[in-house]
Structure formats: structure tokens, C-alpha cells
Design a protein around this ligand. Structure first.
Ligand code: ADP
Ligand code: ASP
Ligand code: MG
Length: 449
């Protein structure tokens, strides 16, 4: 391992000049921080996704682009030497204008990535300049030079061997000389086309860079002082967790705790890199350490919520005592690259949820042609507006009676697709979205307060 630290700052941490200055202070305070990975300024990716999904009205497009310009120019105006970056920002805004116009004619995932990447490309110019003006030897680096991915636009898969050799060749030497500021979320395929890793992907980028640099630490700086027992926006009494194991935190991320992109901990686990999560606005408040080994392993650790779930239920009398039915279903899904998340089965039906969506957003959908192919085997029912609630803990399946405690407080709610026992670390189920927050609040009160 190298004595390098990688620090990642999310959208709210780089929202404006003041927030970026807070990040700069955090970077200056840790001389081992050699690589800084940042998101787009808060709100920017959402605006870019809106443009990428096709805004027909030219006036409406111009209004959105004006909003983007305002966010970045307000920061530029606070610089001592605004002229050092204003031309670069203007060039990127021009790219946004042209791409938004193209998207109004025809939306494509490739164009979406090209457009959406502009947020991170702009924010990195600004933070680099702020650091320079404070006397830090900072350089901006285009992540697309090293973050090699496949061409699955909107949810590209990093190619680890290529990433490793490109980082060793191009990024690592630069980090030995300077503090390097680069973009999270974005990469490039073999042809050099821009790709993105899916919404919230900057965490994952930072972890991949930390792994490739053999860094000794990864810091995720965000808008809350660490990981809490549940989203503090949903439950005000949620409590911060000072230390949590890789496996518990991975389950949280996988089951929707927005604080970490689902794949973030995979590279950290592979290389045993401890991860710190803290607030860039209040670094003095401390945060959460995520490590391989931790002292406490409570029965109940946290609650996570993932909304926009799509549930598909397949029914067929032929399933009864027959073999090969599920194999046929999954063959069809695999052929069409439909990734399945949860599954429950009964004698004549199987329910499954579709895996997360890509950068362009929305509910994951079962495409019509896939539905038609499945209908040759069975009836197909698709339901939206569901949320997945997950209770994360330790050795839960070995503890008699805990399910009664959990389900006992939820008797007024309709719970679907209960998955219980497959993992020692979680229990999860679907609920209708309009009751999801009440379910989390009730469970939190019963199990954590
Ligand atoms: P960033 O832009 O820094 O990546 P995100 O908005 O992606 O920040 O993630 C931080 C948010 O995650 C918090 O503001 C909080 O609302 C949400 N969150 C969800 N679950 C948790 C949790 N268990 N602990 C803390 N924050 C959580
Ligand atoms: N800017 C991207 C997003 O908003 C990536 C990230 O912030 O992690 O999803
Ligand atoms: Mg995030």
C-alpha cells in the first residue's frame, strides 16, 4: 500500500464557492491526500439529465442552460483570477448547448453520457483553481484518460486491468508530484466515447481509483457526518454509526442507502482499504469508519430504503412440480440483458424485481418484446410504485424471535416479496411507495430508538 489518501467530495460539497473552499481546507489538512475525486456541483447532473432526455422547446432548453451557467459563473466570480477558467467553462457550456439540441431531435444513451459528463468536467476546473489560489500545487486531470469502461452507456462497467495499467502509467506519477483533481462518475470506452457509471457513481470512481493507486485510505465527504442508522432525512432520531463492517455497509449500499453508490465498497474490500465517511461542512464532527473488522456487531444495524422498484410476477400452472420452468424464464431475461434483483417463488408463480436503472433515471422497465417472449411461457404482471425496505444486521437468521419483533409493528402494512434467511445480514420486503417512509419510521422507533 502507498501512503496515499483518496478524497471524494459529492455534489453538495462542491455546490458553491464556500462549499468548495471547505473541501480545499480538508484537502490541505491532510498532506497524504494526493487524489481528489469530485462530483458535479449540486443540481447540475439533474439539469443535464433533463436536457439529455430531450427538451423540445428551445426557450425551455435555453432556460436550463442559463441555470447551469449561473451555478458555475457564480463560483467563477468569487475567484481571484476568473479569466483562468472562464473560457474552459464556456467551451463546455457550448458542448451542452449543441448536445441538448441534438437530444431534442433524438435521445440516445451515448449522447446522454456525453452530455451528462459535462457537470463533472466543469466542477473540476473550479475546484482546481480554488486550490491553486490558496497556494496548493493542484492539477486537473481528465478521468477519461484512465477510467476505461465497456460501452454500456448509462451504466458502464469499469475494465479493471486496463484501468490499473492506465492509472499506473498516467495518474500515479502525477499524484507523486501534485495534488490531482479528477472527475468521478465518468469514463471512456475503448473508442474514446464518454461513458458514465450510473447515478451516484462518483463514490465508485473514487474507490476504483483508490484500489488502482493502492491507496491506504479512502474518504467520502458528503453532506452528513457519517452513516446513520437510517436516512436522517426520513427519521430525525437516526443516530450516527462510528464504525461499521464492510459487509454491513455493503448491504446498506446495495439496498439503497444513498450515502454510498452500491458498488463503492467492492474495490475497497478487494484491497482492504478502510473507508471514512464524513461531512465536508462539519469535518470536526467526525464520521463513520468502514473496515474489515469492527468491535461491535449488533443484531440490528440500520434500515435502508430503495424506491422506484418494478416487480414482475410470472404465473403458470405448468410450473407446478415441473422442472426447467425457471431456467427458461431466466434464459429469456439473460438473453435480453435484464438484470434481476430479488426473487421469491411459490408453486405456480415467481416474483422478481428488476435491477436498478441507469443514468437517464426513471423506473426500471420490462421491455415490451421481453414481456411478449415471457408471455409464451406464463402470464406476466408488472407493478410499479414500490419501495424496498431492508433491515441490515448481524446473524439475524440465527436469532429466534426477531422476525416477530419486526413484523409485529408492521401489521397495518401490506408487505410483499419478503426475503428472509438467504443472508445473515438482512431481511427485506417491498411496500407501496406512499407508505414507505412510515414503515421506516415505525421500524426505526421499534428497533433503534
Ligand atoms: P453526495 O452528493 O455527497 O454523494 P448523496 O446525496 O449521494 O451525497 O448521499 C448523501 C445522502 O444520503 C444524505 O444526505 C442522506 O439523505 C442520504 N442517506 C441515505 N441513507 C443514509 C444513511 N443511512 N446515513 C446517512 N445518510 C443517508
Ligand atoms: N454527479 C453524478 C450524480 O449526480 C454522480 C455523483 O454525484 O456521484 O449522479
Ligand atoms: Mg452520492
Amino acid at each position: 500500500m502507498n501512503a496515499f489518501n483518496v478524497a471524494k467530495f459529492g455534489g453538495t460539497s462542491v455546490a458553491n464557492f464556500q462549499a468548495m473552499s471547505g473541501c480545499a481546507a480538508i484537502i490541505e489538512n491532510n498532506p497524504t491526500t494526493k487524489l481528489v475525486v469530485i462530483s458535479a456541483c449540486s443540481g447540475v447532473t439533474n439539469l443535464l439529465v433533463e436536457l439529455a432526455n430531450g427538451v423540445q422547446e428551445s426557450q425551455q432548453r435555453a432556460m436550463i442552460i442559463q441555470q447551469l451557467a449561473d451555478i458555475h459563473y457564480t463560483i467563477i466570480e468569487s475567484l481571484t483570477a476568473p479569466q483562468t477558467v472562464s473560457a474552459e467553462i464556456e467551451t463546455i457550456l457550448d458542448t451542452v448547448r449543441r448536445a441538448a439540441e441534438a437530444a431534442a431531435f433524438e435521445v440516445s444513451k451515448k449522447l446522454t453520457d456525453h452530455l451528462v459528463a459535462c457537470g463533472e468536467l466543469m466542477s473540476t476546473y473550479l475546484l482546481t483553481q480554488i486550490l491553486r489560489e490558496r497556494g496548493v500545487d493542484a492539477v486537473r486531470f481528465d478521468a477519461r484518460q484512465v477510467m476505461r469502461t465497456d460501452d454500456h452507456y448509462g451504466r458502464a462497467e469499469p475494465q479493471l486491468a486496463a484501468l490499473q495499467s492506465l492509472v499506473t502509467e498516467k495518474l500515479y506519477p502525477l499524484c507523486q508530484q501534485h495534488v490531482v483533481i479528477t472527475q468521478g462518475f465518468i469514463g471512456a470506452d475503448q473508442e474514446g466515447n464518454t461513458t458514465t457509471l450510473g447515478r451516484g457513481g462518483s463514490d465508485y470512481s473514487a474507490a476504483l481509483f483508490a484500489e488502482a493507486m493502492q491507496a491506504c485510505g479512502l474518504e467520502i465527504w458528503t453532506d452528513v457526518p457519517g452513516i446513520y442508522t437510517t436516512d436522517p432525512r426520513i427519521v430525525t432520531k437516526a443516530a450516527p454509526i462510528s464504525e461499521i463492517s464492510f459487509s454491513e455497509a455493503s448491504e446498506m449500499a446495495n439496498f439503497g442507502a444513498k450515502i454510498l453508490h452500491p458498488s463503492t465498497l467492492v474495490p475497497a474490500i478487494r484491497h482492504g482499504i478502510p473507508v471514512f465517511v464524513g461531512s465536508s461542512k462539519a469535518p470536526q464532527e467526525g464520521g463513520t469508519w468502514i473496515r474489515q473488522q469492527v468491535d461491535s456487531t449488533p443484531l440490528f444495524r440500520a434500515l435502508a430504503l430503495r424506491c422506484n422498484q418494478t416487480m414482475v410476477t410470472l404465473r403458470s400452472a405448468n410450473m407446478f412440480h415441473a422442472y426447467g420452468f425457471l431456467a427458461k424464464v431466466f434464459e429469456i431475461l439473460a438473453k435480453h440483458k435484464i438484470s434481476v434483483d430479488l426473487i421469491t417463488t411459490s408453486e405456480i408463480s415467481v416474483s422478481l424485481t428488476l435491477d436498478k436503472t441507469d443514468t437517464s433515471g426513471g423506473n426500471p422497465e420490462l421491455p415490451q418484446h421481453v414481456r411478449q417472449e415471457l408471455e409464451t411461457l406464463c402470464t406476466v404482471e408488472v407493478e410499479h410504485d414500490l419501495c424496498l425496505v431492508a433491515l441490515i444486521g448481524n446473524k439475524m437468521k440465527d436469532r429466534p424471535g426477531y422476525a416477530k419483533q419486526v413484523f409485529g409493528v408492521l401489521d397495518e402494512f401490506n408487505l410483499r416479496m419478503i426475503c428472509y434467511g438467504a443472508s445473515a445480514h438482512n431481511l427485506c420486503f417491498l411496500v407501496n411507495s406512499h407508505v414507505s417512509k412510515s414503515v421506516i419510521q415505525k421500524l426505526h422507533q421499534e428497533l433503534f430508538e
